[in-house]
Design a protein around this ligand. Structure first.
Ligand code: 9D3
Length: 257
């Protein structure tokens, strides 16, 4: 897969390319990342990439011409290409979008800055707009890195075959159970004895229960999508009853509001 990333600060993407899983995938030729500096396609003595908004208002807008020229300079590989604009107005990025994007041969990411890009970039070139979450960043560069990472690790061979397959089948919308390694006792805190018991049936049940408990406490929204067995559902029912009892107890302590 090939990623083309358009930015006025392409050096911001260097850590992505030089380190970790993505760095290794590039060395192995599994993915290719082409950084395009939008400023290289600007004109005039000041190489402007932004300008004041028509109609007035605060901030600057990215001019269409440099982005158009930058996009036109990118060789299209044969196969499916997607042009993505990173913007706070976009679809919220998630694992399902990452999985769909991992099927493309080429992904072109346009990183906006300032108050955004001229609307004609959207209407002429952009297939999909993506946001990575409801918080304010200063541009699309970090979001682009996140998309490249999330998508790349889904490409067969990038992680090492066995692990990625395993992951797909267990991608079941539950949070992870607590993990422990040596030592057995650390600063007075002990590892749950069940994990040292050697009883793999009991360990599996404990871990599953912990996963469901954590998900119920922290991300109850995920439980709607989770693939729960009959056993899981009965564990969940019990955990919910426990929650009800605990909240009744704390109401008792506090007394009526
Ligand atoms: C009028 C309010 N503007 C600034 C406070 C809105 C605004 C414009 C541009 C807010 C952020 C940005 C720059 N952000 C991105 O380009 C961006 C982004 C983000 O801020 N959050 C989550 N995902 C993304 S993807 C691109």
């Amino acid at each position: 897969m090939r990623f083309d990333i358009l930015s006025i600060f392409p050096e911001m993407l260097n850590p992505l390319i030089n380190y970790g899983i993505i760095g290794r995938a590039i060395e192995r030729g599994q993915i290719e990342i082409n950084l395009v500096n939008i400023r290289d396609f600007s004109e005039g003595p000041h190489l402007m990439t932004d300008d004041r908004p028509f109609g007035g208002g605060h901030g600057m807008v990215m001019k269409p011409e440099p982005i158009f020229r930058a996009l036109e300079s990118i060789p299209r590989v044969k196969g499916d290409t997607k042009v993505i604009l990173l913007t706070p107005q976009g679809q919220l990025f998630n694992q399902s979008i990452a999985r769909r994007l991992s099927k493309f041969e080429q992904i072109i990411l346009v990183c906006g800055r300032y108050e955004g890009v001229d609307e004609r970039v959207r209407s002429r070139y952009v297939d999909v707009e993506i946001s990575i979450g409801d918080y304010i960043l200063t541009g699309g560069e970090l979001p682009a890195m996140i998309i490249v990472e999330a998508v790349s690790r889904l490409i067969p061979g990038v992680l090492g075959g066995a692990r990625s397959n395993l992951e797909e089948s267990f991608e079941d919308y539950l949070l992870e159970y607590p993990q422990y390694t040596r030592p057995r006792v650390f600063q007075g805190e002990v590892v749950p004895p069940v994990l040292l018991s050697g009883d793999h049936g009991k360990i599996r049940l404990w871990r599953r229960t912990q996963s469901i408990k954590r998900t119920l406490e922290r991300r109850p929204d995920l439980l709607e999508k989770a693939h729960l067995s009959k056993m899981d559902k009965s564990i969940l029912k019990e955990l919910k009853q426990e929650q009800v009892k605990l909240s009744a107890l704390s109401n008792q302590e506090l007394g009526p509001g």
